[in-house]
Design a protein around this ligand. Structure first.
Ligand SMILES: NC(=O)c1ccc[n+]([C@@H]2O[C@H](COP(=O)([O-])OP(=O)(O)OC[C@H]3O[C@@H](n4cnc5c(N)ncnc54)[C@H](OP(=O)(O)O)[C@@H]3O)[C@@H](O)[C@H]2O)c1
Length: 350
């Protein structure tokens, strides 16, 4: 008899509050596993879909189970699964909205996942700590390493100095915490931004210099600090609009690469500013949709992350804030996320 399963369902867009009720337990197909979720985290997109999903993800068929980020224990293996076993503790990315398949949504007790989108986590890393990683790690890695974006060298355990600087705007965002660590592990000098209270945290992740992204003079200060250096490009994360201090993250990065020596390319985690790129500067919106099949995903989950977590060379950041336990707490966690976070990831344990 398969176990009973429960999920936090988005039933209709007219009533965007999640409803906890039974869900089918689905057996894994080829190259799939079933994970008993023990912690899930909330990304801005998860909390936005109930309100904007009909516009942003028009292909999603409701009722649906949202959620990308999960950590838990493997309870079943499908045919063809290698190097994983029942009982393994794993962290990984769920692909429900990519596949329009609620069976693969994180916000349920038993989740079907692709074997190549998980990695084992060492016993000393709690589930709630690991759950902060998946979607933002994938977004960071795609923007930095895919050839169509920044195309940087891959991370290594003995990084060779690349002699170039990467500008990561928004180092205290969830995507940014991952991006800073990965770029440093790939041998690049990293300049980043944060609010002053998060400077030390971003430096601890490896950034050489951190600037205040709330300051009207941030761009000028960064351009001055980059004098005499060669940049490998910029990655704009956070601040999708310019209403806070006169420029969005994207606009800031376009200006920085335009006025610095080196690669005049800005990867952008948000839609919009890429279209504003001035002549001589290239910019692209980063999508992580190829991560599940490309070399970057293979490198992260298959090679880099398992060892980096084991050796504590990659930190699960930003810090997890556990809102509560149980699927019923996910709606509350959405509300906390929507109010805004500062260098924190909202997590629910299950
Ligand atoms: N393209 C994709 O596939 C993809 C995937 C994931 C996320 N995203 C997008 O990437 C962005 C970041 O997502 P996230 O989950 O990492 O966000 P997040 O962690 O929820 O963002 C919160 C952070 O924003 C920072 N922030 C405030 N003002 C800023 C500014 N002027 N410039 C830069 N950062 C500022 C804050 O840092 P301080 O508190 O230090 O000020 C805070 O830590 C969002 O717009 C999200 O929608 C895109």
């Amino acid at each position: 008899m398969p176990p009973t399963n429960k999920a936090a369902w988005l039933l209709t867009y007219e009533n965007p509050s999640l409803v906890v009720k039974e869900a089918p337990y689905t057996f894994p197909s080829t190259n799939q596993i079933v994970v008993r979720a023990h912690a899930v985290s909330i990304n801005p997109v998860d909390a936005a879909i109930p309100f904007r999903g009909a516009v942003v993800f028009p292909w999603l068929k409701l009722p649906f189970i949202l959620g990308s980020d999960i950590s838990g224990e493997i309870v079943e293996l499908g045919p063809g699964v290698e190097n994983l076993k029942v009982g393994d503790r794993v962290v990984g990315q769920c692909l429900a909205w990519q596949h329009n398949n609620p069976v693969e949504g994180a916000y349920q007790e038993y989740v079907v996942m692709q074997q190549n989108m998980v990695c084992k986590i060492p016993d000393e890393i709690p589930y709630e700590e690991a759950a902060v990683l998946p979607l933002c790690l994938a977004t960071a890695a795609c923007g930095l390493f895919e050839k169509r974006f920044l195309g940087l060298e891959f991370p290594s355990f003995e990084p060779r100095e690349q002699g170039k600087t990467v500008m990561i705007w928004g180092g205290s965002t969830s995507v940014g915490c991952n991006a800073v660590q990965l770029a440093v592990a790939a041998g690049y000098e990293v300049f980043s931004t944060a609010s002053p209270k998060n400077f030390e945290m971003v430096k601890k992740l490896g950034a050489k210099m951190v600037f205040d992204h709330n300051s009207a003079t941030a761009v000028e200060e960064i351009v001055a600090a980059l004098k005499g250096k060669t940049i490998a490009g910029a990655y704009a994360i956070g601040a999708p609009t310019s209403d806070r201090n006169g420029f969005s993250a994207g606009e800031a990065c376009l200006e920085i690469v335009k006025r610095s020596e080196g690669r005049k390319f800005a990867a952008m985690a948000m839609h919009g500013p890429a279209e504003l790129a001035p002549e001589g500067v290239e910019a692209k919106f980063v999508t992580g949709e190829q991560f599940k099949t490309n070399e970057v995903g293979k490198m992260i989950y298959g090679e880099y992350l398992p060892r980096a977590l084991k050796e504590r060379k990659f930190l699960c950041m930003p810090e997890a804030v556990v809102v509560g336990n149980g699927l019923e707490k996910i709606q509350e966690a959405f509300e906390v996320q929507k109010k805004g976070v500062s260098a924190k990831k909202i997590v629910v344990t299950l």
